[in-house]
Design a binder for this molecule. Sequence first.
Ligand code: F0G
Length: 467
Amino acid sequence: MNPACRATYSVSETLVDCSKCGHLLDIAYDWNRVPLPGSLKQFESRWSSRRNPLDFSGVWRFRELLPFARDEQIVTIGEGQTILQSSAGVGKYAGFQTGKLLLQYEGLNPSGSFKDNGMTAASTHAHMVGAKVAACASTGNTSASLAIYSSTTRLFETIVFIGSGKIAYGKLSQALDYGAKTLQIQGDFDDALKQVRDVCAARGIYLCNSVNPFRLEGQKSIMFRVLEALNWEVPDWIVVPGGNLGNSSAFGKAFFELKELGLIHRIPRLAVINATGSNTLYQLFEQHKIRWNGGKLDEAKINGFFGQMDTDNRRASTLATAIEINRPVNLLKCLRALEVCDGVVREVSDEAILEAKAQIGAGGFGCEPASAAGVAGAKLLREQGVISPSDQVVCILTGHQLKDPTSTVAYHSVDPARLSAIATAEDDAYATMLSKAGVTQTPAANRPIVVENKFESIMALLDRIGC
Ligand code: F0G
């Protein structure tokens, strides 16, 4: 990943960073040896052979575009059956012409998030190298995904490291239910990730966070499916929430490779959206103007930024707990993707995230808070005139609505009058939670209506609300 360092390693290694330059590794292929199709459309022939699990998988039906494994080595549980949908309500809310804002529902994966696209690839590589134990740190979805691959395939045991307190219950329940050994670290995600990296290196445990370059190969397929849904037309914008920056990095790599291979003729623009309480990329890219710069980037400035973060003991804090991350490990790869895709970065408040989430829910399927950051970001970029109302925009909804029911119920049920005064809200868990996150209003709330347990009262209520 350091362009100056030409070190290469074989596919049978389990390194995540280069032992020479210390940077994260990247997967490179000798494309001359790959039987590539002449056009992306040719992948459609796999629709008729879906009985073959590799052709059914929304990741591996594009296997020539991530050709690191032989067919018999591939581990799949039917991931990537996800769809691109148009939602008139959400599009209008975000300021777009009808049909111009599309939502890619990655929450419809087996473990309920986009992570399965990457975990099938990491599990495949773990299988290739004969790993017996795999581990990850997680804000919740990575652990749920790794745990489901471990429990369904029985190829390896799983240990997941989570921070204390911040994991949404839907996700924690998955790791526990799928039988992963779950270690709760007294710290946040950034602490848990540091620990798991050290532990995996010391014990020879297979590491499944997005520092693992094979994960990102699988996540490229989200973009292949988006193109497929658009009849292989390239959209104008891809908008994605940014946490550890694995997705944005993978998307940039996907488009770069497709263009190099002559399979697409233009690259869409990329918008990465941070939560305001967890905005390292926004600060570095938009405020400090850090650029990939063909690989000649100002690493001293980046290190200075993180040094100051440590000195100030600044910790990430957002209700979008999936992206509550201050030290995104894929920062450099994401900066490269932003250069390839002429990208932008924005930050959005928790209030904007929850409002967008309610709009997405009202439009169908729904998503978790982190995913809604993308739509909130698309709305902001529209208001700023960066994206035009007629641009074709695809927002990636990264996680399922049921992952974090607490934030959904809090938003819809809290009495807005309670939000302005946190002091008086202390006795109400939902009001406290929202107030602490800076949420002062809930205009898209669909509040439950309390009614007497009496037929006449219910009928009178129905008359009043016009049903
Ligand atoms: N959306 C959801 C629902 C996530 O779970 C994550 C990351 C992101 C967005 C951010 O994606 O890291 O590729 O920028 N969740 C990780 C986890 C960190 O542990 O589950 P990214």
